[in-house]
Design a protein around this ligand. Sequence first.
Ligand SMILES: [Zn+2]
Length: 492
Amino acid sequence: MTLRLFNTLTGQIEPLLPADGKALRMYACGPTVYDYGHIGNFRTFLQIDILRRFLKLTGTTVRHVMNITDVDDKIIRNAGESGVPIGDYTKRYVEAFFEDLEALRIERPEQIARATEHIPRMVALIEKLAAEGAAYKTDDGSWYFRLKSFPEYGKLSKKDLSGMEDGARVDVDEYEKDSARDFALWKAPKPGETSWETAIGSGRPGWHIECSAMAMEYLGESFDLHCGGEDLMFPHHENEIAQSETATHQQFARHWMHVRFLLVDGRKMSKSEGNFYTLRDLLLKGFKASAIRLALISVPYGNQLNFTFDGLIESTKAIERLRTFRDRLMTGKFPVGENSQIQEAAKNAQEEFLRALDNDLNTAEARAPIFELVRAANTAMDQNEFFAADRDAVLPVLKDFDAVFDVLEDRDAEPTRRALAWAEKEGRLADVAPELRAAQSLSDEQIEAKVAERLAAKKARDFRLADAIRNELAEMGVILEDSKDGVKWKRK
Ligand SMILES: [Zn+2]
């Protein structure tokens, strides 16, 4: 099975195959570590996670490189304001980023590349561009890329850049989205700024050159796939193409994947609108990391996702349904035999699941048949028409689903616990949902004691007391589940 993926560069859905026939070489733009990641960032990383997991599931080896931008305008400004070296400033955000990836079960790329550890590679690339006549130095000692030297500029974003002025320059890392200017490759230091002494002068790299240099360092001059959020298409990715292809006279990335942005409650997410959320904000509100993962991946990457709390609640319930079903499947005693309808349903679900992902990673269409199968199997179990061979047919389907979606195992307690510890350290306990705070305020032993007390009350046929204890625990965010093996409890 070959993944067919939309290619921004050609505007077509095309097969994605490793050019060397061995490993798919892919580069994804990583975070700029000046703050905590918001859910829009994580939607992008999650969709790239879906891509790599599906590739692996279908037998493709992946060589995935991601950068960490640990020097840029904002980092320099913020570190300066805090009076610390940039390395000290970015450290906590780098750590937070990896913690967040882990909470969301995003697999680590095979290679993480930090900008500050690749300065010589960037300098060498700028020297090459200078030799090609495509880079020039200004009076202050900065270096710029001459856009006019790359006539194909704009081929990725398909922007009409006919009004482009020769020699107009921009030196900030983020600038207007619609004007093309010669962009900074290397910035001479302003007083007090972090800088490196190099053959092209003292200074620091521009943002765009980082990605070109590090992608080519680990993947070669020409590689299979480049991914990122849609906001990076212009100018960042156009600039990466211009620099790289001017330097190497080869195609940089053959295939480009862009993940669309999300809306929150139908509006653009922004701090001023009050609808801006980091992963940590949502964990403190009591949502589980797995539910956040599912909510952010269930709409295909090429479509805009409208993120809502109702959607998160729906995801929470969907995961409960899957986990309850899986437990029933694993612990149930099913008679020998098979139900041909379930056998058929399992086969179809498997095929539809793979077909949907194969078709430009359509996650919405991929999850639907799985939930359909769960419903059919639950009904069959209720009617005692589910057999041992049916379990053997359904389990591998769930396994494949989870190899990509990864929500079945309940590992939600740890991210929540870590978010609470972080909130305490940051003085943000006021943002913690009261229920969540209550549930965490009880130790496991205290909960066990309450559960035992309730059991004793039930044995003594004091159902009023038993119910009261159940309600008291529920108010503190602890859910009890009576089963034939006794009482199980969990924090909500
Ligand atoms: Zn990049």
